[in-house]
Design a protein around this ligand. Structure first.
Ligand code: NAD
Ligand code: ZN
Length: 387
């Protein structure tokens, strides 16, 4: 695993956003012949060569949505075509929202690609948050059995999590992300300036995943976040760039060790089993994914404490940091124990009737993925958080 050197205790200096020659920070995702770089920095959309060197062929299809297109589509088209007149770029502007992450929308993408007579040597570009990234990746995996694919994530959630690691897909009426493929991009380009237009709730939602990396495997990063959460919330570009870099390094490392999720990669789901129950029980769209994960992480941490696997200082620090990020620390009041149990029982992580959970164990920054725990602790946690 190659990752660029980290300077743990301080924020990495990034040039101001109007500097077009800024040198990006690069995190390499090491997957043999499918390895790829993640470029991170301010003003990267003003550096056409970064994108252009990863475009194969002369035809590009940009997938984006009605919210992101007005602000960023022209910029991306210029980056793709600047000094490169032979490249032709087309775009599909999809409706915005998780509820459109489905087969109907995917078909619109294929309609456009086929009507435009794109061939195997085209490149698909995802411009947007995780919904666009997941759909575009899956479209690229399936179109003509696989075409070149680039990610330009524009939310914190997408920059620190969904654009890295190659999980792509769409939702089915009966569940989230049930149809998809592992498909890696040619590169991920993270222009941190795009976060300036992100709504506050979306910013915080993404930070839940950042906090997650600290809790499951990177105590030093967690400590850095404890000091720098106000800077992150204030969108300090240096703090954001550092948090994104460190998150990508953590995710890249886990993915390169366990691409297809046979074990280690599952630890990235800390809080997600409880969180998924909140998202399902409460109806998608009420709470953002990161908000549900935040409350879910509190529940996983509570249960770890009840099992005697962590000490109470970790519980307190988790609550404090989530509150500093203005994230919820309890599930919605309408959630009942039965709602949690029924969703968790059909969760993908149940094997042989045993619900496997990611729980913290040991000093800060350590976790386990296990079904080997006292059932009483799970019951106690559920009752402690539900009326
Ligand atoms: N593939 C993976 O490994 C993985 C991991 C985590 C999440 N996901 C998926 O990601 C999705 C959630 O991603 P998300 O949180 O980015 O949601 P999202 O894609 O819906 O984006 C959130 C909102 O922000 C808007 N937006 C995007 N960029 C913006 C910008 N720069 N300025 C202003 N508004 C902007 C979007 O249009 C949308 O309204 C879910 O579908 C989830 O399943 C996938
Ligand atoms: Zn998540």
């Amino acid at each position: 695993m190659k990752v660029s050197a980290t300077s743990a205790a301080q924020v990495v200096a990034q040039p101001p956003s109007n500097t077009t020659s800024a040198v990006p920070t690069i995190v390499d995702v090491d997957l043999g012949d499918r390895s790829y770089p993640i470029y991170i920095g301010s003003g990267l959309l003003d550096q056409p060569h970064l994108l252009q060197k990863h475009v194969h062929g002369k035809r590009v299809l940009v997938l984006t949505n009605t919210t992101v297109a007005p602000t960023y589509l022209d910029k991306v088209v210029s980056a793709l075509t600047h000094g490169n007149p032979n490249v032709s770029v087309e775009s599909v502007i999809l409706p915005d929202g998780e509820k459109y992450k489905n087969m109907d929308t995917l078909m619109k993408v294929f309609d456009k690609a086929i009507e435009s007579r794109l061939d195997r040597r085209c490149t698909f570009v995802a411009l947007g948050g995780g919904v666009i990234g997941d759909m575009c990746g899956f479209a690229a995996a399936a179109f003509l059995r696989g075409v070149n694919f680039i990610q330009i994530p524009t939310t914190v959630m997408a920059q620190v999590d969904s654009s890295v690691g190659g999980k792509t897909g769409i939702n089915h009426r009966l569940g989230k992300n049930l149809i998809g493929a592992f498909y890696q991009p040619e590169c991920v380009l993270i222009d941190t300036d795009t976060l300036n237009t992100l709504p506050e709730r979306e910013l915080a939602s993404g930070l839940a995943e950042v906090i997650k990396y600290g809790l499951i495997r990177d105590a030093e990063f967690f400590e850095w976040q404890e000091k720098n959460m106000p800077a992150l919330m204030a969108r300090d570009p240096n703090a954001l760039a550092y948090a994104i870099k460190r998150s990508c390094e953590n995710k890249a490392e886990v993915v390169s060790l366990d691409e297809k999720e046979s074990g280690l990669r599952a630890t990235l789901n800390l809080g997600h089993t409880f969180g998924h129950a909140i998202e399902t029980g409460f109806g998608y769209g009420q709470w953002l994914h990161g908000e549900a994960v935040a409350a879910g992480m509190v529940m996983a941490v509570d249960m770890s404490y009840r099992l005697g696997w962590i000490d109470d200082s970790i519980v307190k620090r988790t609550l404090d940091i989530l509150q500093a990020a203005k994230l919820p620390i309890t599930p919605p009041e309408t959630m009942t124990v039965e709602m949690f149990k029924s969703v968790m029982a059909v969760d993908k992580k149940v094997a042989d009737g045993l619900l496997r959970l990611i729980l913290l164990k040991g000093p800060l920054g350590n976790c386990v993925f296990t079904g080997d725990y006292d059932r009483k602790a799970l019951d106690e946690t559920l009752h402690a958080f539900c009326k």
